[in-house]
Design a protein around this ligand. Structure first.
Ligand SMILES: Nc1ncnc2c1ncn2[C@@H]1O[C@H](COP(=O)(O)OP(=O)(O)OP(=O)(O)O)[C@@H](O)[C@H]1O
Length: 246
């Protein structure tokens, strides 16, 4: 089966230091994949390269067969790839519903969106998306009043609201306690039923709960790939990564 997203032997060279070093990864339509690796392995650079913030020195990123590695970030987002950053980026003074409505707008002129209210056709979609991320009861709350976990879920919902096909989640559980982490795992699994998802994370209990195939990176290269149990059993992985964190 051909990949929806194909990271093809990508090298990112910073003046001789290779943050990615001939790294390849295929994401099939509908797949959820977790990328783990020690600090500095190149995980964020991988996301940055897919979304167009960093240009590959060699290799290419292909999405639905098209080489997107020279496109701008907005052009890549317009094709259906969206990234949720580590730092929450919601507008705190707007309600949860209005943040979601802005993300859902195909017309990105926010002043227009807000001054005219949410169009009826989008209202149902916004409500449905809030429900999917468990924030329906918080629709009227200013986003600044949400808990840390709720803000993260709102951000994930905002990515969903863009109708992106491929969702990149960079450490979605950063700063969360066990209960919020469990709820996030459930949410990501739910997202995986309708989208293609690439998750980067350090938190092993979270990765376990995702029950998804795992790719391990080290020094910009692919170290191992398989189920979490398989990569845990890999001696090289244990040596460079799991041995230090488990
Ligand atoms: N603009 C840059 N110039 C030079 N080196 C960089 C640049 N960006 C990243 N690096 C280096 O590339 C390597 C990979 O960084 P990256 O942030 O992708 O790793 P990571 O796996 O996401 O790490 P972490 O888990 O700590 O976030 C690191 O050694 C980092 O210092």
């Amino acid at each position: 089966m051909s990949a929806l997203l194909h990271v093809d032997a990508v090298t990112v060279d910073y003046g001789g230091f290779k943050a990615l070093d001939g790294f390849s990864l295929d994401l099939a339509q509908g797949e959820t994949r977790v990328v783990i690796g020690p600090n500095g392995a190149g995980k964020s650079t991988l996301c940055d390269t897919i979304i167009g913030r960093v240009r590959p020195t060699h290799g290419a990123i292909r999405f639905m067969g098209e080489d997107i590695s020279r496109l701008s970030e907005p052009a890549i987002v317009a094709r259906g790839i969206c990234r949720k950053f580590q730092a929450p980026g919601v507008l705190p003074s707007l309600t949860v519903q209005d943040n979601m409505a802005l993300a859902a707008r195909t017309d990105r002129r926010w002043w227009k969106a807000l001054s005219h209210g949410i169009p009826a056709a989008e209202r149902a979609f916004v409500a449905e998306t809030l429900d999917r991320v468990g924030l329906a009861a918080r629709a009227g709350t200013p986003a600044g009043e949400l808990s840390h976990g709720e803000k993260q879920w709102l951000e994930i919902g905002m990515v969903l609201a863009t109708r992106a096909q491929v969702i990149l989640l960079d450490e979605p559980t950063a700063g969360m306690g066990p209960a919020e982490t469990r709820a996030t795992a459930e949410l990501v699994r739910e997202l995986g039923t309708s989208r293609t998802v690439l998750v980067i994370d350090h938190d092993m209990s979270f990765v376990e709960q995702l029950e998804a195939p795992v790719t391990v990176m080290h020094q910009g290269r692919l170290l191992a790939s398989g189920t979490l149990d398989e990569v845990r059993a890999d001696r090289e992985v244990a040596a460079v990564y799991l041995g230090h964190t488990a």
